[in-house]
Design a protein around this ligand. Sequence first.
Ligand code: SF4
Ligand code: SF4
Ligand code: SF4
Length: 285
Amino acid sequence: MKIGIVKLASCSGCQIALLDTHEKLLEIADKVVYAPLIKDARELPDCDVVLVEGAVRTEHELEVLKRARERAKKLVAFGSCSALGGISGMGSIYKPEKLIEDIYGRDLDYKLLDFAYPIDRFVEVDYYLPGCPPTPELISKFIDGILNGRVERHDYPVCAECGRLVVHTKIDNIKKTELPDPKVCLLSQGYVCLGSVTRGGCRAICTKAGVPCRGCRGPTDKVMVMPCKDYLTELHDRIERIAGFDVKFNDVASIYAFVFTSDMMDKLVSRIKEVIRKGRRGGRA
Ligand code: SF4
Ligand code: SF4
Ligand code: SF4
């Protein structure tokens, strides 16, 4: 088996998480034939599996992605930037010219695409391993799945792994800084926790530590295919139902980062498109 790892617009955090798999990495070390962070190889050869980290932000990255697709029997969207746009997708709130002006203050010798896209906008993807980054445990299991030909799906929400008790409450505002009750669902307490609309598999590591889920694994299949609701609206409505008060849409939208340029953007009812448009017009995103 030959494994390649390709990096596009990313922070390399997913590759670092791969290094954190320790023994699992040693198991596959001799199979990794191309990985800029861990292996000195110039050119991606034909591979059985190519993990692609990062979103597609430049024309050059698009070429790299297409080459990876040509050379991979199986192509994996590795991490949420690659699978959903992720953190890289947040740049899509601004027009490319504005980003270039603010960050570089000069013309670039390469062209930014209009958005930072997940890779499946351009090529067919065989497997998705979302997460920002995917936990080392998830990566290890995924590698086992690839080696054995049986990759596990996690089509259940983070709530299923969380263990906090959902109760209907009556509160009057979104909470951000107070210390939460350790046993009660964070959504019930008024924290914007995305666990109920987010794909599980991470063992709810954030909520178990008292931190609301930020949705880094992206939506469950169910939320993805709901025709009349998008991720933001669904979460907004759930908080209102459980915590029993009028939630401002911006309180939900302002912490939402991982799926800006995913399929969610294409839904007819997409509030994400609205957030992006507002930002591009110079309004509050
Ligand atoms: S998914 Fe997260 S950890 Fe991975 S490259 Fe993107 S920002 Fe970095
Ligand atoms: S909404 Fe968040 S805190 Fe509540 S059960 Fe789900 S994951 Fe846990
Ligand atoms: S709890 Fe949410 S934010 Fe934390 S790792 Fe899991 S999916 Fe990501």
